[in-house]
Design a protein around this ligand. Structure first.
Ligand code: C5P
Length: 228
């Protein structure tokens, strides 16, 4: 069975201040979306891609997919929604139903290596669970109230920072999306809310999300070879 990868790129990205939807902003001369799509060309096995973008950028996204090296026949481009969750739902409706595994990936995690995608797919197939690439939390985390008062510590050893691509068996994810109530900040929490198990695999520092101008500067440093 092929793997389907939904790449969500329909956010406005106002925190980046680039003047274009965030995924279309360039990192060292190449749009984030093109970089995210190129990673998919490095995956093992048969892969189909659904790119979710703002309506005025449907053709641009199709051009980016070709430039990234994806086969025209393996790519669908669809219009996103008002929230990330609505955009993923739009992508799911265009997924090849022959796929056994679907990955959902943020275009804003533009430098994620192909190996992370492969690791997530392998774990979904091995476990049947939802799978999240995650990293240990480095900072000490405080619970605070609205007034800024520290209420307590959170045990860091029990925390993990979730990244994308997140992977799922296709039909259970479609069922979870059709049953969903309310907004979830990632697909794994929506999947878990539907009563399904979720596991982690090792994430990657390069899978960080580009949100602010400082993140963009970090990404440009990575591309320029300055490392992490
Ligand atoms: O805004 P944030 O960085 O959390 O968005 C994460 C990803 O979800 C981005 O790649 C963004 O383009 C995508 N997104 C979307 N549709 C929305 C909002 C966000 O595809 N309505």
């Amino acid at each position: 069975h092929p793997v389907s990868v939904i790449v969500v790129a329909a956010g406005s990205g106002t925190r980046l201040g680039a003047g274009v939807p965030k995924a279309f902003a360039e990192v060292a001369g190449e749009p984030m979306l093109t970089r995210a799509l190129r990673a998919i060309t490095g995956m093992r096995g048969e892969v189909r891609t659904v790119v979710v973008v703002p309506t005025q950028l449907l053709q641009t996204a199709a051009d980016f997919a070709l430039r990234a090296g994806l086969d025209r026949d393996s790519v669908a481009v669809v219009e996103g929604g008002a929230t990330r969750q609505a955009s993923v739902a739009a992508g799911l409706s265009a997924v090849d139903p022959a796929s056994d595994v679907v990955l959902v990936h943020d275009a804003a995690r533009a430098l994620t290596p192909a190996a992370v995608f492969d690791r997530v797919v392998a774990e979904v197939r091995a476990s049947g669970a939802g799978v999240v690439p995650a990293l240990p939390v480095i900072d000490t985390i405080k619970r605070v109230d609205a007034g800024g008062r520290v209420l307590g510590q959170v045990d860091r050893s029990q925390l993990a920072a979730a990244q994308t691509p997140q992977g799922f068996p296709l039909m259970p994810l479609i069922d979870a999306y059709s049953a969903v109530d309310g907004e979830h900040t990632d697909d794994a929490s929506l999947f878990a809310a539907a009563g399904r198990p979720v596991r982690t695999v090792q994430g990657d520092a390069l899978a960080f999300k580009i949100t602010t101008p400082a993140d963009l500067a970090r990404a440009e440093g990575v591309v320029a070879g300055n490392g992490e």
